[in-house]
Design a protein around this ligand. Structure first.
Ligand SMILES: Nc1ncnc2c1ncn2[C@@H]1O[C@H](COP(=O)(O)OP(=O)(O)O)[C@@H](O)[C@H]1O
Ligand SMILES: [Mg+2]
Length: 255
C-alpha cells in the first residue's frame, strides 16, 4: 500500500468519504467476487451515503479503500501531466503558498461552494505565479476537473467573431470550464464588446457558482472604471480578494 500513501489519506477519509466528488468509479461484480454477491450494491449504497463505514465489514472497508486510492493515484498522475503540458514554462515550478493551498482545498471539497479568487497587486508581485500554483494544487488533489487559462487580451482574441465558427459555443465553452483563470483583467482596452463578453462569462460563472481565479494590476478603487461596474460588482461578490504587495519580483531577478 505504500505507493498509495502520498497524501492520499487526507482525502480518502472513509468515515467521511471525502473522496473528490464524481471522480471515482465503483467496483463491478467481477472485481468483488471474493466479497460475495451483495458487495457491488453495498458499495453503491456506501458511496451514496446510505451505508456508513461502520456498516461495512473489515474486508469490504479494506477493499474499497484500496480501490479508491488506486484511482486517486491514477487521476492525480493524469492531472499533473495535463497541468505540466499546458502551464507556461515560467510558472511550471510554481508551488502553492497557504492561500493557494487553502483555495485548492475548498475547490476539492466542493467546487460549487468554493469562492473564486481575485488576486490584485502591482505588476511583478506574483499574481500569475499564485494562480498557476493554485491550479497545480487542485490537480494534485486528484479532483477530476477541466481548467482554462487566458490572459484577458488573449481571451478577447479567442472570442472575437470568427467566420465559420459558432461564436456562441466558443463563449459557452470558456464560461463552462470547471476552473477558469483570467489573468490581467483590465489589461485590454475597454470597449462595449469587451465589456459585454467579460460580463457574460463572469456572470455565467456567478450564476452557476463555478470557481475561478481572476487577477488584475488595477488598483481596487479604479477597477470598476477599468473593467465596468457590473463586472467589478459580480467579482467582488463571488471572490475572496488577495492583495499582493511588495517590490516587483522581476527587478533584480537572477533569471
Ligand atoms: N512565490 C514566488 N516564489 C518564487 N518566485 C516567484 C513567486 N511569485 C512570483 N515569482 C516570480 O516573480 C516573477 C513575477 O511574478 P508574476 O506572477 O509573473 O507577477 P505578476 O503576475 O504579478 O506580474 C516571475 O518570474 C515569477 O516566477
Ligand atoms: Mg502576471
Amino acid at each position: 500500500m505504500h505507493s498509495h500513501q502520498r497524501g492520499g489519506h487526507r482525502r480518502i477519509d472513509l468515515a467521511g468519504l471525502r473522496v473528490p466528488a464524481a471522480s471515482y468509479s465503483l467496483p463491478t461484480a467481477s472485481e468483488t467476487l471474493h466479497l460475495g454477491p451483495e458487495a457491488p450494491d453495498r458499495f453503491d449504497s456506501f458511496y451514496a451515503g446510505r451505508l456508513s463505514v461502520n456498516d461495512l465489514t473489515a474486508a469490504e472497508t479494506e477493499f474499497i479503500r484500496d480501490y479508491f486510492l488506486i484511482q486517486l493515484d491514477a487521476v492525480r498522475d493524469e492531472n499533473i501531466a495535463a497541468f505540466e503540458r499546458r502551464v507556461p514554462r515560467r510558472y511550471a515550478t510554481a508551488r502553492p503558498d497557504e492561500t493557494a493551498a487553502r483555495w485548492a482545498e475548498a475547490v476539492t471539497a466542493d467546487p460549487r461552494s468554493a469562492p473564486s479568487l481575485l488576486v490584485l497587486g502591482p505588476t511583478g508581485t506574483g499574481k500569475t505565479y499564485m494562480a498557476y500554483s493554485a491550479l497545480r494544487a487542485v490537480a494534485e488533489t486528484g479532483l477530476r476537473v477541466s481548467w482554462t487559462a487566458f490572459t484577458e487580451p488573449d481571451l478577447f482574441a479567442h472570442l472575437r467573431p470568427s467566420y465559420g465558427r459558432d461564436d456562441e459555443q466558443a463563449l459557452r465553452d470558456v464560461a463552462n470550464t470547471d476552473l477558469l483563470f483570467i489573468d490581467d483583467l483590465g489589461a485590454a482596452k475597454l470597449s462595449d464588446w469587451t465589456e459585454e463578453v467579460t460580463y457574460r462569462v463572469i456572470n455565467y460563472r456567478y450564476e452557476q457558482c463555478l470557481p475561478g481565479i481572476y487577477t488584475s494590476n488595477i488598483p481596487p478603487k479604479e477597477l470598476a472604471a477599468a473593467i465596468g461596474g457590473r463586472i467589478a460588482s459580480r467579482l467582488t461578490e463571488m471572490c475572496d480578494r488577495v492583495s499582493l504587495k511588495g517590490d516587483d519580483l522581476r527587478k533584480g531577478a537572477r533569471s
